[in-house]
Design a protein around this ligand. Structure first.
Ligand code: PLP
Ligand code: TYF
Length: 389
């Protein structure tokens, strides 16, 4: 059967990792794939994670099967971060998934089973995996304008205008905070306007929350989603712990679903579990057990929160430094999270790579965490001749 298969392009972001590794220049700069790095360029295991792993190693009595829902306490604890304290009710459920990607895919399969003719609206641009995840689940995708090239902020009016083409039952994918790749975020007023739009047009919001805590803090980064979720009857949330707990390769995430009634919630949960069984049977335990151990322990939770604060402060400090380097970069300071989209032409990207050893994807997205006080001047020097405006 394989003779029928078509050649595939490799993931451009993951391909950059290998390209950067093969470059022998000592002063090369990696602003490619989205992982946090400290000022030494490392992506360390967080202290609270090390401590939790130590406890699990000492105390875990069994590795017997858990079930398709994964670690129930993990999902319960995360639910408070997603919906706010005291906001778990019978209309909402959560299931552990392999990463945020697993949560997106499970949500997509659930939507495809429940409403196969619904279309999923994605921002232009968005994370390159979004469209294939929904398409592979059998759902049609549509793009809405999102980024305003002039202000380097959100083209909110154009977005709302395009969504006038939505049909009842369509799905709207929203980045909960720290938009990938633009670093933009909705204001609370915009979240409220989006909630009103979803209710008016009978659209189902699907919030992708992959960077909570890396923008303005855990609480602030969840606030927009809380307001939206409180205002609408039906919603999905794909949560990733891979960035805010630096657990990337352990693949830690959860899917949360909100339904209009608890009866509908029960049937929906049973369907999500059936789909999860056919996708991965059960999610991998370790990373979720680590997150559960941290969130359930006052001391570890404080340690995790402090380290996350320091990571975010470093990102925001680099943003301010980069923004002051050139007027065309001013908006970088008000953007949040790991990413920013540079005002450069795609043709400048290979030139900057060859001449200066600076590695970024073709759209000019940079990972702010790849910068530090030592390499920032060299980064700016390589970039300046290519900045537009
Ligand atoms: N959503 C967005 C916007 C992302 O940038 C990522 C990055 O990996 C994910 C989801 C997936 O997260 P995970 O690595 O947990 O699958
Ligand atoms: O956008 C990024 O860089 C992160 C990491 O196929 C990532 O979200 C990139 C590509 C991919 C999986 C994860």
């Amino acid at each position: 059967p394989f003779a029928a298969l078509r050649p595939q392009k490799p993931d451009a972001l993951l391909a950059l990792i290998a390209m950067h590794r093969a470059d022998s220049r000592l002063d090369k700069i990696d602003v490619g794939v989205g992982v946090y790095r400290d000022e030494a360029g490392l992506t360390p295991v967080m202290q609270a994670v090390k401590a939790a792993e130590g406890r699990l190693h000492a105390e875990q009595q069994s590795k017997s099967y858990l079930g398709a829902e994964g670690d129930v306490r993990f999902a319960e604890l995360l639910m408070k971060l997603v919906f706010g304290e005291g906001q778990s009710d019978a209309r909402r459920f959560g299931l552990q998934t392999p990463g945020g990607t697993g949560a997106l895919r499970l949500g997509a399969q659930l939507l495809a089973r429940a409403a196969p003719s619904s279309r999923v609206w994605l921002s232009e641009p968005t994370w390159p995996n979004h469209a294939p995840i929904f398409a592979e689940a059998g759902l049609a995708t549509r793009l809405h304008p999102y980024f305003d090239v002039e202000s380097r902020g959100i083209a909110f009016d154009a977005m709302l205008e395009a969504l006038q083409q939505s049909r009842a039952g369509d799905v709207l994918l929203l980045h909960g905070c720290c938009h990938n790749p633009t670093g933009t975020q909705f204001t609370l007023e915009q979240w409220e306007a989006l909630a009103a739009l979803c209710n008016e047009r009978d659209i189902v919001p699907f919030v992708d929350l992959a960077y909570q805590g890396l923008g303005n803090g855990i609480t602030a980064d969840g606030e927009g989603a809380h307001r939206l979720l409180d205002a609408v009857p039906t919603a999905l949330v794909a949560y990733s712990c891979d960035k805010n707990f630096a657990l990337y390769r352990d693949r830690v995430g959860a899917l949360f679903v909100q339904t209009p009634t608890s009866d509908l919630g029960e049937v929906t949960r049973a369907n999500a579990l059936a789909l999860a069984r056919s996708l991965w049977s059960m999610p991998p335990d370790h990373g979720a057990a680590v997150v559960r151990t941290i969130l359930d322990d006052g001391e570890l939770r404080l340690s995790w929160g402090d380290e996350l604060d320091r990571m975010r402060d470093r990102l925001n400090k680099m943003r301010v430094l980069l923004a002051t380097a050139h007027p065309a970069l001013t908006s970088v300071a008000s953007q949040r999270g790991l990413f920013s989209l540079l005002p450069i032409a795609p043709s400048a990207v290979p030139a900057i790579r060859q001449t200066h050893g600076i590695y970024m994807p073709a759209d000019g997205r940079i990972n702010i965490a790849g910068l530090n006080e030592i390499n920032l001047p060299r980064f700016v020097e390589g970039l300046l001749p290519h900045l537009e405006k």
